[in-house]
Ligand binder design. Structure first.
Ligand SMILES: *Cc1c(COP(=O)(O)O)cnc(C)c1O
Length: 435
């Protein structure tokens, strides 16, 4: 009798007797990577979500022919709506999350010779924004369990040149804002939050991006609120808002023709503004769904030895869930390296990624610091001096252990979450095949 029939007969008998057999006993005995049947064959929820409202609004802007923000009002209506949603006084829309960061740094007058504290576990834009001002990014190591900047190590990295602290809310979960804001107050150094992954996330009931002097958002295509490209700087300080506005508008302030300082053109178009307003109509519901699914997934994954979901700080009252992140321990998968696990999980129908590399060791940093402009500002020993401060051993570990799932997967069903866990359990059970 074929093995599958035996098993089916056994399962029939077991259910007739009311005996629950473990899921694993029913599953394929070969990994999808080795030609077995994938745990999941279907696709995942698509992104972006486009409704009739988006189409009508977008065509409205197109047909009116007023595509420039100062000829119409979609961008300014979005700014008001986003500020209100965050509980902040002001919001300035920008062309991207990166240019939001560049604008926020400009508003704090960060420039050549200054240092800005950043985490090494982040998207390259956080660091590029600092370098574009010819300032130095100073890396403070990560916490292994939360993936966030280790706030306990920030103070030791502060020097008389430190001009700003730039924490990132990694994956949409908050960095330790109690500790970071306390250091900011004690040392008189402003905080810029990189909330580019943290739309509607909260720290003790306050929205991420509204806690520091300035908060930056991205509306790039992958983000939880999306207009293809786009960004915003949020603040409750009218003077900082004015400086941001001027910087993003070639130096011209909102109501004055006198330029206080140089600027750039980082303005958002009406197309982006109108899409964001329409996309905002879904953002609460999507965020609630991601939370429900992510919490359920965490309960399932926590039961699997060797899988450790990102720990959330106690002050996290709401996670924006841009990424679902966990750590993988090969010791519980017969020593299979993470790269092999990622291949196996993808083959089972669960797309996944290894996440960020060691940004503090990226070659572009050396090329930048050894460039003519940087050497003129910092001297020709700058690379060696900077490198001596850039060790982040915990982050090195994190970069080897992390596994990411994208936010759109969290817009699926409970059954989808069960299949993710099922796929991980299957790989664990058949880890011998990963060799
Ligand atoms: C996406 C992102 C940015 C930059 O946003 P863009 O809109 O792509 O320029 C900055 N920081 C972090 C942490 C991000 O995830």
């Amino acid at each position: 009798m074929p093995e599958s029939l035996t098993r089916r007969a056994l399962l029939g008998a077991a259910s007739a007797l009311g005996i629950g057999l473990p899921v694993a006993a029913r599953a394929d005995d070969r990994l999808a990577l080795k030609g077995g049947t994938p745990v999941r064959r279907g696709g995942w929820p698509g992104w972006p979500v486009i409704g009739d409202n988006d189409e009508r609004a977008w065509m409205g802007v197109l047909r009116r022919g007023r595509w420039f923000r100062f000829d119409s009002d979609a961008v300014s209506r979005f700014e008001s709506a986003w500020a209100e949603r965050l509980g902040a006084k002001h919001c300035l829309a920008t062309s991207s999350g990166t240019t939001a960061l560049v604008t926020a740094l400009a508003a704090l007058d960060v420039g050549p010779g200054d240092e800005v504290i950043v985490p090494p576990y982040t998207f390259i834009a956080t660091v590029n924004a600092v370098l574009l001002h010819r300032a130095l990014p100073v890396f403070v190591d990560s916490e292994l369990d939360t993936f966030q900047i280790d706030a306990a190590k920030i103070e030791a990295a502060i020097t008389p040149r430190t001009r700003a602290i730039l924490p990132v809310h990694l994956g949409g979960a908050p960095a330790d804002m109690d500790a970071i804001l306390a250091i900011s107050r004690r040392r008189g150094i402003p905080v810029i939050e990189d909330a580019c992954q943290a739309h509607l996330g909260e720290w003790r009931g306050k929205r991420l991006g509204s806690l520091g002097a300035l908060g930056c958002f991205s509306f790039q295509a992958s983000k939880n609120l999306n207009s293809g490209e786009g960004g915003a700087v949020v603040t409750s300080d009218p003077a900082l808002h004015g400086r941001c506005f001027a910087f993003h508008n070639q130096g011209f302030p909102p109501s004055d023709s006198v330029r206080p300082a140089m600027g750039c053109n980082l303005r958002m178009t009406e197309f982006q503004g109108t899409l964001l307003l329409e996309q905002m109509s879904r953002v609460e519901e999507q965020s609630r769904l991601r939370s429900e699914n992510a919490d359920y997934l965490t309960r399932l994954l926590r039961e699997i030895p060797g899988i450790t979901p990102q720990r959330l700080h106690a002050g996290c009252t709401r996670n924006a869930w841009h990424l679902y992140m966990f750590r993988y321990d090969p010791a519980h998968f017969q020593g299979a390296p993470r790269a092999r696990f990622l291949q196996a999980l993808s083959a089972e129908g669960v797309p996944c990624y290894g996440g960020y590399g060691n940004l503090n060791k990226a070659p572009f940093l050396r090329h930048t610091l050894e460039s003519r402009g940087f050497q003129r500002i910092y001297g020709d020993r700058i690379w060696a001096e900077w490198q001596a401060r850039a060790h982040c051993p915990v982050n090195d570990q994190l970069c080897e252990q992390a596994v990411w799932l994208g936010q759109t997967m969290l817009l699926g069903s409970r059954r989808d979450m069960e299949q993710i866990a099922e796929a991980v359990r299957k790989i664990q059970r058949l880890a011998g095949q990963l060799a």
